[in-house]
Ligand binder design. Structure first.
Ligand code: CP3
Length: 356
């Protein structure tokens, strides 16, 4: 079914989908579960369709994006699809010279370090991600009642790739810029936020049912740094897409000490990694938000007895989180599926979560 609003003409009406119910404070018919990076190298059918095609090239091919996004839904019966793309896709589309190197991650040809670099940084125009919108259209027709999660990288995490030039352990150049030249830093994050907003709006206009903002590396920041240098920009991103009326999920790795402030950024759902139990996360986030998480992806290598014990522990902690004021629980990993994960284990985790 389609809603008839003019701004979001392709919005689907599937409010009883367990993921959307759990994200909006209603009671789901079963506990919803999906996995970050559920599409990708853990699946032989993914490796097969990707053979000989570059990662970024794949992201601009709507039929391929549709097929790869559907693969884990068909195989695992997860409660959501997540659009197959990458956080650097909107930067690439806007004209920034970068590539995704297998086994490494995003690599930026000309890192952004100075006020002059920031001044010439392009912003995404919606027509530059037309292929992504086409993929969303194909998917909403194939998915039936399974919600499609769109996503984007948060300004800080994208800035870290642009400033460092690639993946970084300590983010030293990024922190050097924020502390030594706050004015340039805020100009940089403002420009990236404009691109993030345009990328999310393109997906929302095409009909995604929820969005996730990935601030994967925010856990490297102190609370004070997060408040001063990051929060205003992520807050603006989430506010600018609020009128779509779809659940907004906000996630970072190692953010246990930031959960209080992450509860203030404006998301409906806060993603939690495995370092902190969900009931404690609920107390830190504060009431009125749903939680997503938080099985350690490495535990999936520990044999079924350990996996089942951990899944049951997380479900029990999530139930205590609900008692402490959380409005829902979406089962997920604490970070992405690792490439060597046995896909049969992921299918079994979905069955177990649904049986609880
Ligand atoms: O299934 C899904 O979750 C959707 C697809 C997805 C990808 N990237 C596909 C991908 C999503 C949501 C992302 C987001 C993303 N990309 C994040 C945020 C999520 C997180 O993991 O914290 C980040 C930090 C990136 C940047 C990035 N892109 C990294 C670190 C890597 C891994 C590099 C490697 O090869 O180990 C990528 C590449 C990438 N993005 C792959 C996939 C499936 C692997 C490349 C391949 O299959 O050839």
């Amino acid at each position: 079914a389609m809603a008839t609003g003019t701004k979001y003409p392709f919005r689907r009406l599937i409010p009883e989908a367990p993921l959307l119910a759990a994200a909006t404070g209603r009671r789901p018919s079963h506990r919803p579960v999906w996995f970050m990076r559920q599409a990708g190298r853990s699946l032989p059918e993914y490796r097969e369709v990707r053979a000989g095609i570059g990662m970024l090239e794949s992201c601009f091919n709507p039929e391929l994006v549709c097929e790869i996004t559907m693969q884990p839904v068909r195989r695992h019966k997860v409660d959501a699809a997540i659009l197959f793309s990458d956080i650097v896709v909107p930067l690439k589309a806007a004209g920034i010279d970068l590539d995704i190197v297998a086994g490494v991650g995003p690599v930026v040809a000309n890192p952004v370090r100075t006020v002059a670099d920031v001044a010439v940084l392009p912003r995404l125009r919606p027509e530059q991600v037309g292929a992504v919108g086409e993929a969303v259209s194909l998917l909403t027709r194939e998915l039936g009642d399974t919600p499609l999660i769109g996503f984007a990288g948060a300004p800080f995490t994208l800035a870290s790739y642009l400033v460092e030039g690639g993946p970084s352990r300590n983010h030293e150049r990024t922190k050097a810029l924020m502390h030594s030249d706050p004015k340039t830093w805020h100009a940089l994050l403002g420009t990236i936020a404009d691109t993030t907003i345009a990328f999310l709006q393109a997906q929302l206009h095409a009909g995604v049912d929820a969005i996730q903002l990935f601030d994967s590396w925010a856990g490297t920041l102190s609370l004070a740094e997060y408040r001063q240098f990051v929060l205003p920009h992520s807050e603006r991103v989430l506010a600018e897409v609020a009128d779509a009326g779809v659940p907004r999920i906000h996630f970072g790795v190692g953010t246990g000490e930031l959960l209080g402030v992450m509860g203030e950024v404006g998301a409906d759902v806060v993603g939690v990694d495995w370092r902190i139990p969900l009931d404690e996360a609920a107390r830190r986030v504060g009431p009125g938000k749903a939680l997503q998480g938080n099985l350690d992806p490495a535990v999936l290598f520990g044999g079924w007895d350990a996996i089942e014990r951990e899944v049951r522990r997380i479900a029990a902690e999530a139930d205590r989180a609900l008692a402490a004021g959380a409005t829902g629980h979406i089962f997920n990993l604490g970070h992405g599926v690792l490439p060597d994960t046995d896909p049969a284990v992921l299918t079994a985790v979905v069955e177990l979560v649904h049986s609880l």
